[in-house]
Design a protein around this ligand. Structure first.
Ligand SMILES: Cc1cc2nc3c(=O)[nH]c(=O)nc-3n(C[C@H](O)[C@H](O)[C@H](O)COP(=O)(O)OP(=O)(O)OC[C@H]3O[C@@H](n4cnc5c(N)ncnc54)[C@H](O)[C@@H]3O)c2cc1C
Length: 348
C-alpha cells in the first residue's frame, strides 16, 4: 500500500497516495519534476498538511511533500532586507527567525502551522497581516510550461485567503519565496482591534517587535488558535470556513443582532463565520457528525476523534454550512483544501 496521507496531515485523515515523493534538496528539483512530468494527473503538493482534508480513498496520482529548508538574508540598503526562504521551511520558524534578526513585516503570523511554500496559496494571514503584504517574488515550477518561472506579487491575484495558486490548483509548485522586510525594533502598526486589546496598546501603535510577536503567540494560545500536540483538539485544520462576503441587507441583519461586520482589503463586506455558526446553534464541543465535533475552545474549528473519517469530516462541513444558510441566508465556503485530481497539462 502507498504512503498514507493521514501520516502527513494535521487532521490525521486520508488514504494512500499512488506515489509519494519527498522533496528535500533544491538541487534535486529538475530530476524530480522530470520523473513526474507527463503523468496523467497533476501532482498534489503537500506542505505541513495543516489546511488539507485528504480523502479516505487517498490521492490517485503523485503527492510531493515539500521538505526543503533554508533562509537567506540579503541587505538592500535603506533599512530594507530581502529574505529568501525555501518552500518546506515551517512558517513559524521563519517568523521566529525574522523577529530574532530585528526584521519587521511578518511578526503577526507567528503560531500558524504549516510551511512557507503554502502561505501564498491561501495568502495566509492573521491579525490583519498577510503574507502578500511583504511578498515580492516567488520561484515556482509551472507544470503547464514544464519549467521554473519567477512570479511577481502583482500577477498572483492575492485577496482575502485566496490567490492564483488556489484558483488554479495543480498549475504551480512553489519552490521558494522572497519577502521584503524592514530592519526595525518595532512591529508593524496594530490594525486589528482584538490584537490592540491583547497587547494593551491603542490601534495604530507600533509595539516593540519581540513583545508584539510574543503577544500574538500568547493570544493564539488563550483563544485555542495554536495546534496542541495532544488532547481533544489535536487533530484539526484551524478555522474550517472563510469569513463569508455578505450583502448590505445581510450586513444590516447581522449588525442588528450585534454581530461583527467588516470590510476586507478589497472593500467587500464580510461577516464572522464563527459568529454565524453560533447563531445557527453550534458551540465549542458540539458534536456534528460521528467522530467530528467543534473544538473544545472555538466553534469555527472542527476536530477529528478516533472514529472520524474524511467523509464524516466532509459531511460535518456540509451540515454546518446548510444550517447557517437556513438560519442566516449566508453561504459559507470551506477553508481546507481537498486534494482532487486535476488533469496534467504538462508538455512532457
Ligand atoms: C491550529 C491552526 C491554526 C491556523 N491558523 C491560521 C491562521 O491564523 N491563518 C491562516 O491563514 N491559516 C491558518 N491555519 C491554516 C493553515 O495552517 C495555513 O493555511 C497554512 O499556511 C497551511 O500550510 P501547510 O503547509 O500546512 O499547507 P498544506 O495543508 O500542506 O497545503 C495547503 C494548500 O497549499 C498547497 N501547497 C502547499 N505547499 C505548496 C507549495 N510549495 N507549492 C504549491 N502549493 C502548495 C497544497 O497543495 C494545498 O492546496 C491554521 C491551521 C491550524 C491547524
Amino acid at each position: 500500500m502507498g504512503e498514507l496521507l493521514a501520516d502527513h496531515t494535521t487532521l490525521r485523515l486520508g488514504g494512500p497516495a499512488d506515489r509519494f515523493l519527498t522533496h528535500a534538496d533544491p538541487a534535486d528539483w529538475p530530476s524530480l519534476a522530470h520523473s513526474v512530468r507527463g503523468e496523467r494527473a497533476a501532482p498534489f503538493v503537500l506542505g505541513g498538511g495543516s489546511n488539507t482534508l485528504a480523502a479516505d480513498a487517498g490521492y490517485p496520482g503523485t503527492v510531493i511533500r515539500m521538505a526543503t529548508r533554508g533562509i537567506i538574508v540579503r541587505p538592500l540598503g535603506d533599512g530594507l532586507v530581502e529574505v529568501v526562504t525555501q518552500a518546506g521551511e515551517p512558517l513559524s520558524a521563519l517568523v521566529a527567525f525574522t523577529v530574532a534578526e530585528g526584521l519587521s513585516g511578518i511578526e503577526y503570523l507567528g503560531g500558524i502551522p504549516g510551511t512557507v511554500g503554502a502561505a501564498p496559496v491561501q495568502n495566509t494571514g492573521a491579525y490583519s497581516q498577510q503574507i502578500s503584504d511583504t511578498l515580492t517574488r516567488i520561484t515556482a515550477y509551472d507544470w503547464h510550461l514544464s519549467r521554473t518561472v519567477e512570479l511577481r506579487t502583482a500577477g498572483c491575484e492575492f485577496g482575502y485567503r485566496t490567490s492564483a495558486f488556489k484558483t488554479q490548483p495543480g498549475r504551480w509548485t512553489i519552490l521558494d519565496i522572497v519577502l521584503r522586510l524592514t530592519l526595525s525594533p518595532y512591529a508593524a502598526s496594530v490594525a486589528y482591534p482584538h490584537l490592540a486589546e491583547a497587547l494593551a496598546v491603542p490601534l495604530g501603535a507600533r509595539p516593540p517587535l519581540a513583545e508584539a510577536a510574543q503577544g500574538v503567540l500568547n493570544d493564539r494560545r488563550n483563544r485555542g488558535l495554536r495546534l496542541p500536540s495532544r488532547g481533544p483538539d489535536a487533530r484539526q485544520v484551524g478555522s474550517v470556513f472563510l469569513n463569508p462576503p455578505i450583502t448590505r441587507a445581510q450586513a444590516a441583519t447581522v449588525r442588528a443582532a450585534d454581530g461583527p461586520v467588516y470590510r476586507d482589503q478589497n472593500g467587500r463586506l464580510r461577516a464572522s463565520a464563527g459568529w454565524l455558526l453560533e447563531q445557527a446553534g453550534y458551540h465549542p464541543a458540539t458534536q456534528v457528525t460521528p467522530g467530528v465535533s467543534c473544538s473544545t475552545r472555538r466553534t469555527l474549528t472542527l476536530t477529528a476523534h478516533n472514529d472520524a473519517t474524511a467523509s464524516s469530516f466532509g459531511t460535518a462541513l456540509q451540515t454546518l454550512a446548510s444550517r447557517v444558510l437556513a438560519t442566516t441566508t449566508v453561504r459559507l465556503t470551506p477553508e481546507p483544501v481537498r486534494p482532487t485530481s486535476v488533469e496534467s497539462l504538462a508538455h512532457s
